[in-house]
Design a protein. Structure first.
Length: 152
C-alpha cells in the first residue's frame, strides 16, 4: 500500500524518510527480450541463454536501463500524491547499476524521500529509488528520480 500525501506540499514533512517498498516482480526472460526488441540492444548477455550460461554472470541478465525503467512501475506502489492536476517525471540524478539482475530474479523498488522544493506552479520532489534483488545485498539499480507535482 503506498504512502499517501494529501497534497504535494505535504511531502515536505517527510524529507529524509523511507517511504516504503513495492510488490515483488518476477523479472522473466520474456520481459528482457521485449526490452531488447524495444531498444535494439540484443547483446548476448541479455538474450542468449546458452551463451550467457557460460558468460561472466552465469545466465542472462536484465539490461541496466530495464531496471531503471521499472522504477516507473514501482513508484506508484510506493507513493501516492493526491490533490494534483498533473505530475511529470522531470529527470534523474546519479543513476547507478551496482549489481547484475539475472533473468528469473524477483525485484522490487524501495524509496527514500531526499528533497522537496517549490517550483513555479508546483512542488519538485527527489526520491532515491533502489531496485532490490531478492536474496542479494546490492541492488540492481539506484537512482535519484526528480518528479514535479502541480496542485489541482
Amino acid at each position: 500500500m503506498p504512502r499517501v500525501f494529501a497534497t504535494p506540499a505535504a511531502m515536505a514533512d517527510a524529507v529524509g524518510e523511507e517511504l516504503g517498498v513495492s510488490d515483488w516482480l518476477l523479472l522473466k526472460q520474456e520481459r528482457i527480450d521485449l526490452f531488447a526488441d524495444a531498444t535494439g540492444d540484443h547483446q548476448w548477455i541479455h538474450v542468449d541463454p546458452q551463451r550467457a550460461a557460460s558468460g561472466p554472470f552465469g545466465a542472462c541478465i536484465a539490461h541496466g536501463y530495464l531496471s531503471l525503467a521499472l522504477v516507473n512501475l514501482f513508484l506508484p506502489q510506493i507513493v501516492e500524491v493526491r490533490g494534483v492536476a498533473m505530475g511529470v517525471n522531470y529527470g534523474c540524478d546519479r543513476v547507478r547499476f551496482p549489481a547484475a539482475i539475472p533473468a528469473g530474479s524477483r525485484v522490487r523498488g524501495s524509496a527514500r524521500l531526499l528533497a522537496v522544493a517549490p517550483v513555479q506552479g508546483g512542488v519538485q520532489a527527489t526520491l532515491q529509488v533502489s531496485v532490490e534483488i531478492e536474496g542479494q545485498a546490492r541492488p540492481g539499480c539506484v537512482v535519484d528520480t526528480i518528479s514535479r507535482y502541480y496542485p489541482a
